[in-house]
Design a protein around this ligand. Sequence first.
Ligand code: ATP
Length: 235
Amino acid sequence: MVRVERLNAGYGDVQILWDLSLEIETGSITALIGANGVGKTTFLRTLAGAIQPYSGTILFDDQDITRLPQTWRARHGIMMVPEGRQLYSGLSVEDNLKMGAYTRRDREGVRRDLKWVYGILPVLEERRKQLAGTLSGGEAQMCAVARGLMADPKVLLLDELSLGLAPVVVDGLIRVLREIHEKRDITILLVDQDVQIALELASRGYVFVNGRVEMSGPSTELMKNKEIQKAYLGI
Ligand code: ATP
């Protein structure tokens, strides 16, 4: 379980997150919803340890990790798949995947996971020698998710999974995510511009407005909420 209590964070003097509290249950898929610029990415980056909060607490399985560095969090299974892929474009697909496992010492486990990742995303195996910078948008996104999986994460933070991808590619990614979630029992925190996709995948959602949690609840309820339908679902 990840529990965030009264988190305040931002960039220098510019505060983005205000007194933010939320809970992510172990093994769940949770969605963060909100308009552009409300702080969803900032929140993911704070959880991953890329940004140090001004105040507040982040608990991971009851341990206070608020001041622990990103490398510690990565080693203990908190892994962010950033928006815009951020692959090593001059390295092959396979080398990118291996980079995802850089904190791991269990070489046998890394080999097994590489096989597993190729099994669920065969396109990556077909292209394992290709430079990551030459992949299509969908392939690059799959490679980014796969690189995150190579870290053997407990908590996967996914930023803008479907951005810029064709619907059929998004469908494939969703299928893969469901499979990963079922087989590995990974906790997933998901941000997606496409609120419909995010709420369909997640069991629970949090709605951010101006860096605060405005509403939260089971996805089924949020999807029925008139305000959410109007603001984010175009209904
Ligand atoms: P989007 O859906 O557009 O990605 P978001 O909800 O993920 O938006 P953030 O990326 O967290 O929002 O950005 C929140 C605010 O913080 C924005 O106003 C953004 O311009 C600002 N911001 C982001 N990164 C930095 C930075 N490195 N320095 C200063 N301000 C930043």
